[in-house]
Design a protein around this ligand. Sequence first.
Ligand code: ATP
Ligand code: MG
Length: 249
Amino acid sequence: RKLVGKLSTGCIEFNEMMGGGIDTQAITELYGEFGSGKTQVAHQLAVNVQLPPEQGGLDGSVIIIDTENTFRPERIKQMVDGLSEKYGVEYDHEEFLKNIRVARAFNSNHQILLVDSALELANELKNSEKPVRLLIVDSLTAHFRAEYIGRGTLADRQQKLNKHLHGLQRFGDLNNASVIVTNQVMSKPDAFFGDPTKPIGGHIVGHTATFRLYLRKSKGDKRIVRLVDSPNLPDGEAIISVTTPGLRD
Ligand code: ATP
Ligand code: MG
């Protein structure tokens, strides 16, 4: 078993709350309402993972399973420029984009299958200069939510989601990689879908994800990130800013 790695978020408070950064060999769930910054955090980590350890990275590449077509190469470029500015180095956008492999998932079955493809690709890249050290599923739950409506199919959905999460944990273990999943919650009560403050997939996601981060909007570009029920870290909150050059303190 390899030593757990730490992937920097680029934000001091956020890193400290996470005991140094986002763990490898673990699933970290980002949940929150629309616009809370889940996809922004995912994009930033896809950039940061490529940095050397001295700069908080894992010298690795990333696979993104994109279920809502929200990956934006342009956003990556802005964040790479942000890093160039931060470190006074001229980073090359194209290099960073090359190390981000994006797979669109068209439905929940396809999404689950893509984890197998990710495992194969990671195997191929294992001894390369940029092994896969990060897997992102954005959104983990959107397809499941759309496909399984009504109470009768809830158990089915949970079972499939559970299987999917075990596949993701396995990916993290085998590749000493961080796994990031996103999960939307509604801000206002919804009479049809039950308790809105509970993320969909409720218990199962809750028990499998090692780290659960609840994101919420604050003033302007500020976001509050709360670490919930961690097995080995105290609960806490960190404030981050989502700015054009990327996540900042
Ligand atoms: P959803 O549940 O709908 O997927 P999300 O939690 O993934 O929402 P994001 O897409 O991460 O939300 O956040 C969108 C917000 O990020 C925007 O409302 C804006 O505040 C900020 N943002 C996005 N792009 C930029 C940018 N280029 N510069 C500055 N801020 C940006
Ligand atoms: Mg999003």
